[in-house]
Design a binder for this molecule. Sequence first.
Ligand code: 3PG
Ligand code: MG
Length: 396
Amino acid sequence: MLFRTLDNLDVAGKRVLLRADLNVPVRDGKITDLTRIERLCPTIRELAGKGAKVIVCSHFDRPKGRRVPEMSLAPMAAALGQVLGQRVRFAEDCTGVAAQQSVERMAPGDVLVLENTRYHAAEEKNDPAFAAELAELADLYVNDAFSAAHRAHASTEGVAHLLPAYAGRLMQAELEALDATLGNPQRPVMAIVGGAKVSTKLELLGNLVTKVNVLTIGGAMANTFLAAQGIEVGKSLQEAEMHATARDILAAAKTAGCEILLPTDAVVARELKANVPTQTVAINAVPADAMILDVGPATVATLNGHIAALRTLVWNGPLGAFETPPFDAATTAVAQAVAAATQAGTLRSVAGGGDTVSALRHAGVLDKLSYVSTAGGAFLEWLEGKTLPGVAALEG
Ligand code: 3PG
Ligand code: MG
Protein backbone atom coordinates (compact mmCIF):
# COMPACT_ATOMS: atom_id res chain seq x y z
CA MET A 1 0.00 0.00 0.00
CA LEU A 2 1.17 3.45 -0.89
CA PHE A 3 0.25 5.64 2.06
CA ARG A 4 2.72 7.02 4.57
CA THR A 5 2.47 5.91 8.20
CA LEU A 6 3.74 7.42 11.43
CA ASP A 7 6.89 5.28 11.20
CA ASN A 8 9.99 7.47 11.40
CA LEU A 9 7.92 10.65 11.42
CA ASP A 10 9.46 13.45 13.49
CA VAL A 11 6.61 15.31 15.16
CA ALA A 12 8.43 16.88 18.13
CA GLY A 13 7.09 20.39 18.72
CA LYS A 14 4.93 20.18 15.58
CA ARG A 15 1.23 20.92 15.34
CA VAL A 16 -0.54 17.80 14.04
CA LEU A 17 -4.12 17.99 12.77
CA LEU A 18 -5.57 14.55 13.53
CA ARG A 19 -8.81 13.65 11.71
CA ALA A 20 -10.62 11.29 14.04
CA ASP A 21 -14.09 9.77 13.90
CA LEU A 22 -15.74 10.85 17.16
CA ASN A 23 -19.14 10.08 15.65
CA VAL A 24 -19.90 7.70 18.51
CA PRO A 25 -23.31 6.29 19.43
CA VAL A 26 -25.17 8.56 21.87
CA ARG A 27 -28.49 7.95 23.61
CA ASP A 28 -30.20 10.55 25.83
CA GLY A 29 -27.05 12.65 25.74
CA LYS A 30 -24.81 9.78 26.94
CA ILE A 31 -22.12 8.01 24.92
CA THR A 32 -23.17 4.36 24.78
CA ASP A 33 -20.08 2.83 23.17
CA LEU A 34 -16.49 4.05 23.55
CA THR A 35 -14.96 1.72 20.93
CA ARG A 36 -14.15 4.45 18.39
CA ILE A 37 -12.57 6.60 21.12
CA GLU A 38 -10.54 3.70 22.52
CA ARG A 39 -9.25 2.75 19.08
CA LEU A 40 -8.03 6.30 18.55
CA CYS A 41 -5.86 6.40 21.64
CA PRO A 42 -2.74 4.58 20.33
CA THR A 43 -2.27 7.23 17.65
CA ILE A 44 -2.80 10.10 20.10
CA ARG A 45 -0.46 8.57 22.67
CA GLU A 46 2.21 7.99 20.05
CA LEU A 47 2.00 11.54 18.70
CA ALA A 48 1.74 13.23 22.09
CA GLY A 49 4.48 10.98 23.48
CA LYS A 50 6.82 12.19 20.72
CA GLY A 51 6.08 15.80 21.64
CA ALA A 52 3.46 16.72 19.03
CA LYS A 53 0.67 19.19 19.71
CA VAL A 54 -2.29 16.98 18.83
CA ILE A 55 -5.25 18.88 17.35
CA VAL A 56 -8.17 16.48 16.96
CA CYS A 57 -10.96 17.29 14.52
CA SER A 58 -14.10 15.28 13.71
CA HIS A 59 -17.71 15.47 12.68
CA PHE A 60 -20.55 14.29 14.86
CA ASP A 61 -23.97 13.38 13.49
CA ARG A 62 -25.43 15.52 10.71
CA PRO A 63 -25.99 19.14 11.84
CA LYS A 64 -25.96 20.26 8.18
CA GLY A 65 -23.97 23.45 8.61
CA ARG A 66 -25.74 24.70 11.75
CA ARG A 67 -24.51 24.91 15.36
CA VAL A 68 -26.91 22.32 16.80
CA PRO A 69 -26.03 22.29 20.54
CA GLU A 70 -26.91 18.58 20.97
CA MET A 71 -24.30 17.81 18.33
CA SER A 72 -21.36 19.41 20.11
CA LEU A 73 -18.13 17.42 20.43
CA ALA A 74 -17.57 18.70 24.00
CA PRO A 75 -18.79 15.42 25.59
CA MET A 76 -16.51 13.43 23.28
CA ALA A 77 -13.55 15.60 24.29
CA ALA A 78 -14.30 14.83 27.95
CA ALA A 79 -14.63 11.11 27.22
CA LEU A 80 -11.37 11.14 25.27
CA GLY A 81 -9.63 12.75 28.24
CA GLN A 82 -10.91 10.00 30.52
CA VAL A 83 -9.90 7.17 28.24
CA LEU A 84 -6.48 8.73 27.56
CA GLY A 85 -5.95 9.58 31.21
CA GLN A 86 -4.76 13.01 30.17
CA ARG A 87 -6.23 16.52 30.14
CA VAL A 88 -7.91 17.25 26.81
CA ARG A 89 -8.80 20.85 25.97
CA PHE A 90 -11.72 21.88 23.79
CA ALA A 91 -12.08 24.71 21.26
CA GLU A 92 -15.55 26.10 20.59
CA ASP A 93 -14.99 26.16 16.83
CA CYS A 94 -12.84 24.18 14.42
CA THR A 95 -11.61 27.25 12.51
CA GLY A 96 -11.26 30.99 13.14
CA VAL A 97 -10.08 32.84 16.23
CA ALA A 98 -11.32 30.28 18.79
CA ALA A 99 -9.38 27.48 17.13
CA GLN A 100 -6.27 29.58 16.44
CA GLN A 101 -6.01 30.87 20.01
CA SER A 102 -6.48 27.39 21.47
CA VAL A 103 -3.73 26.04 19.24
CA GLU A 104 -1.39 28.92 20.14
CA ARG A 105 -1.73 28.04 23.82
CA MET A 106 -0.70 24.39 23.28
CA ALA A 107 2.56 22.93 24.55
CA PRO A 108 4.24 19.80 23.13
CA GLY A 109 2.29 16.70 24.25
CA ASP A 110 -1.00 18.59 24.63
CA VAL A 111 -4.26 17.33 23.13
CA LEU A 112 -7.00 19.65 21.88
CA VAL A 113 -10.40 18.69 20.40
CA LEU A 114 -11.97 21.11 17.94
CA GLU A 115 -15.75 21.59 17.73
CA ASN A 116 -17.80 19.63 15.14
CA THR A 117 -16.52 20.27 11.61
CA ARG A 118 -20.08 19.85 10.26
CA TYR A 119 -21.19 23.01 12.07
CA HIS A 120 -19.78 24.56 8.87
CA ALA A 121 -21.59 23.78 5.62
CA ALA A 122 -18.21 24.21 3.90
CA GLU A 123 -17.02 20.94 5.45
CA GLU A 124 -19.32 18.65 3.46
CA LYS A 125 -18.86 20.79 0.32
CA ASN A 126 -15.13 20.14 0.59
CA ASP A 127 -14.73 23.90 0.21
CA PRO A 128 -11.06 24.76 -0.56
CA ALA A 129 -11.07 27.95 1.56
CA PHE A 130 -12.39 26.00 4.57
CA ALA A 131 -9.82 23.24 4.02
CA ALA A 132 -7.13 25.94 3.91
CA GLU A 133 -8.35 27.36 7.25
CA LEU A 134 -8.05 23.90 8.81
CA ALA A 135 -4.61 23.44 7.26
CA GLU A 136 -3.38 26.76 8.70
CA LEU A 137 -3.82 25.38 12.20
CA ALA A 138 -1.18 22.68 11.71
CA ASP A 139 2.15 21.59 10.24
CA LEU A 140 1.14 17.98 9.50
CA TYR A 141 -2.10 16.07 8.85
CA VAL A 142 -2.80 12.58 10.15
CA ASN A 143 -6.00 10.78 9.16
CA ASP A 144 -7.19 8.11 11.58
CA ALA A 145 -10.83 8.15 10.46
CA PHE A 146 -11.17 5.18 8.11
CA SER A 147 -14.85 5.07 9.05
CA ALA A 148 -15.35 8.55 7.53
CA ALA A 149 -13.05 7.98 4.55
CA HIS A 150 -15.96 7.37 2.16
CA ARG A 151 -16.78 11.08 2.52
CA ALA A 152 -14.90 13.59 0.33
CA HIS A 153 -15.12 16.39 2.88
CA ALA A 154 -12.70 19.21 3.73
CA SER A 155 -11.40 17.51 6.88
CA THR A 156 -11.15 14.03 5.31
CA GLU A 157 -10.01 14.86 1.78
CA GLY A 158 -9.36 18.54 0.98
CA VAL A 159 -6.92 19.21 3.78
CA ALA A 160 -4.88 16.11 2.93
CA HIS A 161 -3.69 17.91 -0.20
CA LEU A 162 -2.62 21.02 1.72
CA LEU A 163 -0.37 19.50 4.40
CA PRO A 164 2.05 16.56 4.46
CA ALA A 165 -0.48 13.73 5.05
CA TYR A 166 -0.12 10.44 6.92
CA ALA A 167 -2.25 7.48 7.97
CA GLY A 168 -2.65 7.13 11.73
CA ARG A 169 -2.31 3.76 13.44
CA LEU A 170 -6.06 3.02 13.35
CA MET A 171 -6.33 3.92 9.66
CA GLN A 172 -3.26 1.77 9.01
CA ALA A 173 -4.70 -1.19 10.95
CA GLU A 174 -8.03 -0.97 9.08
CA LEU A 175 -6.34 -0.80 5.67
CA GLU A 176 -3.94 -3.63 6.43
CA ALA A 177 -6.74 -5.86 7.74
CA LEU A 178 -8.92 -5.16 4.72
CA ASP A 179 -6.08 -5.68 2.26
CA ALA A 180 -5.39 -9.08 3.82
CA THR A 181 -8.98 -10.19 3.19
CA LEU A 182 -9.83 -9.03 -0.31
CA GLY A 183 -6.76 -7.24 -1.67
CA ASN A 184 -4.28 -10.01 -1.25
CA PRO A 185 -5.92 -12.85 0.71
CA GLN A 186 -4.79 -16.34 1.56
CA ARG A 187 -7.25 -18.75 -0.07
CA PRO A 188 -9.78 -20.18 0.18
CA VAL A 189 -11.60 -17.00 1.14
CA MET A 190 -15.27 -16.82 2.04
CA ALA A 191 -17.58 -13.86 2.51
CA ILE A 192 -20.67 -14.01 4.67
CA VAL A 193 -23.20 -11.35 3.74
CA GLY A 194 -26.44 -10.98 5.62
CA GLY A 195 -28.94 -8.29 6.38
CA ALA A 196 -32.37 -7.38 5.18
CA LYS A 197 -32.13 -6.18 1.63
CA VAL A 198 -30.45 -7.21 -1.60
CA SER A 199 -31.16 -3.72 -2.93
CA THR A 200 -28.76 -2.06 -0.46
CA LYS A 201 -25.98 -4.60 -1.02
CA LEU A 202 -26.17 -5.08 -4.75
CA GLU A 203 -22.80 -3.58 -5.64
CA LEU A 204 -21.21 -5.37 -2.74
CA LEU A 205 -22.48 -8.78 -3.88
CA GLY A 206 -21.44 -8.03 -7.46
CA ASN A 207 -17.92 -7.20 -6.34
CA LEU A 208 -17.58 -10.10 -3.90
CA VAL A 209 -18.46 -12.82 -6.42
CA THR A 210 -15.38 -11.79 -8.41
CA LYS A 211 -13.10 -11.89 -5.34
CA VAL A 212 -14.05 -14.77 -3.04
CA ASN A 213 -14.18 -18.55 -3.47
CA VAL A 214 -17.39 -18.93 -1.48
CA LEU A 215 -20.14 -16.40 -0.83
CA THR A 216 -22.61 -17.22 1.92
CA ILE A 217 -25.86 -15.26 1.76
CA GLY A 218 -27.99 -15.11 4.89
CA GLY A 219 -30.51 -12.83 6.54
CA ALA A 220 -33.69 -11.73 4.80
CA MET A 221 -31.70 -11.09 1.65
CA ALA A 222 -31.33 -14.85 1.26
CA ASN A 223 -35.12 -15.08 0.99
CA THR A 224 -35.00 -12.94 -2.13
CA PHE A 225 -32.45 -15.31 -3.69
CA LEU A 226 -34.52 -18.35 -2.72
CA ALA A 227 -37.78 -16.88 -4.05
CA ALA A 228 -36.00 -15.84 -7.26
CA GLN A 229 -35.33 -19.55 -7.84
CA GLY A 230 -38.94 -20.49 -7.29
CA ILE A 231 -38.71 -21.58 -3.66
CA GLU A 232 -41.82 -20.81 -1.59
CA VAL A 233 -40.80 -18.46 1.26
CA GLY A 234 -44.26 -17.95 2.77
CA LYS A 235 -44.65 -14.61 4.56
CA SER A 236 -40.89 -14.02 4.79
CA LEU A 237 -39.43 -10.58 4.16
CA GLN A 238 -38.18 -10.47 0.57
CA GLU A 239 -37.93 -8.11 -2.40
CA ALA A 240 -40.00 -9.35 -5.34
CA GLU A 241 -38.66 -6.59 -7.59
CA MET A 242 -35.10 -7.88 -7.05
CA HIS A 243 -35.63 -11.42 -8.38
CA ALA A 244 -34.08 -10.76 -11.79
CA THR A 245 -31.13 -9.03 -10.13
CA ALA A 246 -30.67 -11.96 -7.76
CA ARG A 247 -30.58 -14.36 -10.72
CA ASP A 248 -28.00 -12.10 -12.44
CA ILE A 249 -25.80 -12.25 -9.34
CA LEU A 250 -26.07 -16.07 -9.29
CA ALA A 251 -25.10 -16.19 -12.97
CA ALA A 252 -22.16 -13.82 -12.39
CA ALA A 253 -20.99 -16.03 -9.52
CA LYS A 254 -21.09 -19.09 -11.78
CA THR A 255 -19.04 -17.30 -14.44
CA ALA A 256 -16.50 -16.19 -11.83
CA GLY A 257 -16.26 -19.67 -10.30
CA CYS A 258 -17.63 -18.44 -6.96
CA GLU A 259 -19.68 -20.95 -4.99
CA ILE A 260 -22.84 -19.47 -3.48
CA LEU A 261 -24.14 -20.90 -0.22
CA LEU A 262 -27.81 -20.28 0.49
CA PRO A 263 -29.75 -21.71 3.45
CA THR A 264 -30.84 -25.35 3.06
CA ASP A 265 -33.06 -25.20 6.15
CA ALA A 266 -34.68 -22.48 8.20
CA VAL A 267 -36.16 -21.60 11.55
CA VAL A 268 -39.65 -20.23 10.96
CA ALA A 269 -42.36 -18.63 13.08
CA ARG A 270 -45.71 -16.87 12.63
CA GLU A 271 -44.44 -13.65 14.15
CA LEU A 272 -41.17 -11.92 14.98
CA LYS A 273 -41.30 -11.79 18.77
CA ALA A 274 -39.01 -13.04 21.50
CA ASN A 275 -39.45 -16.72 22.34
CA VAL A 276 -42.46 -17.39 20.09
CA PRO A 277 -43.07 -21.03 19.05
CA THR A 278 -40.76 -21.97 16.15
CA GLN A 279 -40.35 -24.80 13.68
CA THR A 280 -37.22 -25.95 11.89
CA VAL A 281 -37.99 -26.90 8.29
CA ALA A 282 -36.19 -27.82 5.08
CA ILE A 283 -35.93 -24.79 2.82
CA ASN A 284 -38.46 -26.25 0.35
CA ALA A 285 -41.01 -26.82 3.15
CA VAL A 286 -41.62 -23.33 4.51
CA PRO A 287 -45.32 -23.11 5.47
CA ALA A 288 -47.28 -20.49 3.52
CA ASP A 289 -48.29 -18.62 6.70
CA ALA A 290 -44.78 -18.58 8.30
CA MET A 291 -41.71 -16.39 8.10
CA ILE A 292 -38.06 -17.44 7.83
CA LEU A 293 -36.33 -15.73 10.77
CA ASP A 294 -33.03 -17.60 10.97
CA VAL A 295 -31.06 -20.17 9.02
CA GLY A 296 -31.40 -23.69 10.41
CA PRO A 297 -28.93 -26.13 12.04
CA ALA A 298 -28.13 -28.01 8.80
CA THR A 299 -27.08 -24.71 7.20
CA VAL A 300 -24.98 -23.86 10.24
CA ALA A 301 -23.27 -27.28 10.03
CA THR A 302 -22.46 -26.72 6.33
CA LEU A 303 -21.09 -23.26 7.08
CA ASN A 304 -19.00 -24.43 10.01
CA GLY A 305 -17.62 -27.25 7.83
CA HIS A 306 -16.44 -24.63 5.33
CA ILE A 307 -14.98 -22.46 8.09
CA ALA A 308 -12.75 -25.30 9.25
CA ALA A 309 -11.10 -25.39 5.81
CA LEU A 310 -10.94 -21.65 5.16
CA ARG A 311 -7.93 -19.36 5.43
CA THR A 312 -9.76 -16.03 5.18
CA LEU A 313 -13.24 -14.79 6.05
CA VAL A 314 -14.91 -11.42 5.62
CA TRP A 315 -18.29 -10.95 7.33
CA ASN A 316 -20.94 -8.28 6.99
CA GLY A 317 -24.48 -8.76 8.18
CA PRO A 318 -26.20 -11.23 10.52
CA LEU A 319 -27.68 -14.56 9.34
CA GLY A 320 -31.01 -14.14 11.14
CA ALA A 321 -33.09 -11.69 13.16
CA PHE A 322 -30.44 -11.84 15.88
CA GLU A 323 -31.86 -9.09 18.10
CA THR A 324 -34.85 -11.34 18.88
CA PRO A 325 -34.12 -14.71 20.54
CA PRO A 326 -34.10 -17.51 19.54
CA PHE A 327 -33.36 -16.11 16.05
CA ASP A 328 -29.83 -15.26 17.18
CA ALA A 329 -28.88 -18.95 17.33
CA ALA A 330 -27.29 -19.41 13.90
CA THR A 331 -25.39 -16.11 13.93
CA THR A 332 -24.03 -16.88 17.39
CA ALA A 333 -23.06 -20.48 16.49
CA VAL A 334 -21.23 -19.38 13.34
CA ALA A 335 -19.58 -16.45 15.16
CA GLN A 336 -18.26 -18.89 17.75
CA ALA A 337 -16.89 -21.22 15.07
CA VAL A 338 -15.20 -18.27 13.38
CA ALA A 339 -13.71 -17.17 16.69
CA ALA A 340 -12.45 -20.69 17.46
CA ALA A 341 -10.78 -21.10 14.04
CA THR A 342 -9.24 -17.66 14.39
CA GLN A 343 -7.90 -18.41 17.86
CA ALA A 344 -6.54 -21.76 16.58
CA GLY A 345 -4.57 -19.81 13.97
CA THR A 346 -6.09 -21.39 10.86
CA LEU A 347 -8.33 -18.47 9.89
CA ARG A 348 -7.93 -14.75 9.37
CA SER A 349 -11.33 -13.19 10.07
CA VAL A 350 -12.44 -9.62 9.44
CA ALA A 351 -15.90 -8.25 10.17
CA GLY A 352 -17.51 -4.85 9.99
CA GLY A 353 -20.75 -2.88 9.87
CA GLY A 354 -22.98 -1.74 12.73
CA ASP A 355 -25.27 -4.79 13.00
CA THR A 356 -22.39 -7.20 12.56
CA VAL A 357 -20.49 -5.65 15.45
CA SER A 358 -23.59 -5.88 17.69
CA ALA A 359 -24.10 -9.52 16.67
CA LEU A 360 -20.48 -10.41 17.44
CA ARG A 361 -20.66 -8.63 20.78
CA HIS A 362 -23.90 -10.53 21.52
CA ALA A 363 -22.09 -13.80 20.68
CA GLY A 364 -19.29 -12.83 23.05
CA VAL A 365 -16.56 -12.98 20.40
CA LEU A 366 -15.95 -9.33 19.54
CA ASP A 367 -12.31 -9.56 20.63
CA LYS A 368 -11.69 -13.04 19.19
CA LEU A 369 -11.69 -12.22 15.48
CA SER A 370 -8.56 -11.04 13.69
CA TYR A 371 -10.04 -7.62 13.12
CA VAL A 372 -13.40 -5.95 13.63
CA SER A 373 -13.75 -2.69 11.77
CA THR A 374 -15.29 0.31 13.50
CA ALA A 375 -16.60 1.50 10.14
CA GLY A 376 -20.16 1.23 8.82
CA GLY A 377 -20.67 2.94 5.47
CA ALA A 378 -16.96 3.07 4.69
CA PHE A 379 -16.62 -0.70 5.27
CA LEU A 380 -19.53 -1.36 2.88
CA GLU A 381 -18.12 0.93 0.19
CA TRP A 382 -14.78 -0.77 0.54
CA LEU A 383 -16.50 -4.19 0.11
CA GLU A 384 -18.09 -2.76 -3.01
CA GLY A 385 -14.59 -2.23 -4.40
CA LYS A 386 -14.88 1.55 -4.38
CA THR A 387 -12.00 3.95 -3.91
CA LEU A 388 -12.48 5.82 -0.64
CA PRO A 389 -11.64 9.52 -1.13
CA GLY A 390 -10.11 9.89 2.33
CA VAL A 391 -7.76 6.96 1.66
CA ALA A 392 -6.95 8.02 -1.91
CA ALA A 393 -5.96 11.49 -0.66
CA LEU A 394 -3.31 9.89 1.59
CA GLU A 395 -1.82 8.01 -1.34
CA GLY A 396 -1.56 11.03 -3.67
C1 3PG B 1 -20.14 6.73 10.39
O1 3PG B 1 -20.55 6.76 11.55
O2 3PG B 1 -20.44 5.82 9.59
C2 3PG B 1 -19.21 7.80 9.95
O3 3PG B 1 -18.84 8.60 11.03
C3 3PG B 1 -19.79 8.61 8.81
O4 3PG B 1 -20.92 9.32 9.21
P1 3PG B 1 -21.92 9.89 8.11
O5 3PG B 1 -22.64 8.71 7.54
O6 3PG B 1 -22.82 10.86 8.82
O7 3PG B 1 -21.09 10.57 7.05
MG1 MG C 1 -23.62 7.26 10.20
